[in-house]
Design a protein around this ligand. Sequence first.
Ligand code: ADP
Length: 440
Amino acid sequence: MQGFTSVLVLTIFFIVYVITDINSYKQRKIHSITSLASVIGNNSISTLEFQDDDEATKILFELKNVAPEIIQAAIMDKNGKLFARYLKPGTDSTLLTSVVNNNKAVFHGGYLFASNDIISKNEIIGKVLLVAGLSELQQIKQAKFRIGAILLVMALGFSFLVAYILQPYISKRLLYLVDSIKEVSISGNYEQRLEDNGKDEISILINVFNNLMEQVKLNQRRKDEFIGIASHELKTPITSIKGYIELLNVIEDKQPNKQFVIKALENVKKLETLISDLLDVSKIQSGQLELNLSKFNIEDLLEETITAIRVVSGSHEIIQQHNLHHEIILADRQRIEQVLVNLLSNAIKYSPGEKKIIISTAKTGKEIIIKIRDFGIGVPKEEQLNIFERFYRTKDTSANISGFGLGLYICMDIIKRHQGKLWVEAEEKGSSFYFSLPLE
Ligand code: ADP
């Protein structure tokens, strides 16, 4: 913008300057040619009176030395008959007929035409006609435009240089603010506060941002507190309801009552999972999610989990491809099982109509990597980071498949607490979820 503005201003100034300069050159030219015509007129009075056309022609030919820009000249007698004339070789003689007979000088078709009456004793006895070439004007114009072009290029380069050097200083704070906002929107870290000591509009903006972050944090804390209290309060009655329904399930034989009891039990289990997830979230938020570390064989845990999943969900075939050799890890067995169950359940849930899920393991350096590959709906690239946020569900799934968007958030926290990594990669069809755990 800086560069553009300076170039625009410079161009306007330059155009005004060139026009003014050319106009003043033209005025000077008009003045000099009319003076010349008047001098020739005065010198030709006697030649007209004595009908000495040779002398008149001599006077006109003198122009070749005195005023080389004059390409044609003529003296007419009082009847308008040609008395003497001078034509620069190679010029078109009809030009003289274009001269306007009113004692004026005019620019026309690249020439300057002038006429002047020859007066003797208050009587018009003839007329001088002059035609001047304007090659000098063309040269001036060309020189001016050349200078203009050079100046423009220099101004453009200079203003870009200045803008390039100054821009980071001027917009540094603004970019800092923009980057921070982007970071918050990606990471969801509302702890972010920006430092600024200025007193200008950018400082006001930074203050507004800080206040906003404070407000968001406060609201989040209130929400987390509410979730924590509500899920805690719900846990006891749900456990008790589940106990009674399980009892009913054992003692009830009659149909359709038995069917109703089974349905009630299924839904109570869903509620129980939700409450347990909410409690985990509230523990993560308050930093109270603790790990009970123990050493165990990861392959055994995988086998147990897959068996348990097969019991509840027979819709998919879980194929195992292991490359581990009795690896023992130090981790919270229950929490790693929770991660496995979550990822496997998601793989099943988000690949309706598909049959296959592949779970593979590998050891790289000092860590093991577990991959859960499904052939379902997949996770769009632009949402691959978001799905690990609380309550985030992809646009494709939120309406069709039930869920709360908590599982991956909890899994991520559990894996991070184990110094591991959890990530997703898009496949040609479906997606692969990976998590790594350190061996030591
Ligand atoms: P929930 O499944 O209860 O919604 P999660 O935290 O487990 O919660 O998952 C968050 C979101 O990530 C899901 O809503 C879904 O949009 C997406 N997602 C998770 N796993 C898969 C998968 N295997 N395939 C496609 N999308 C998935």
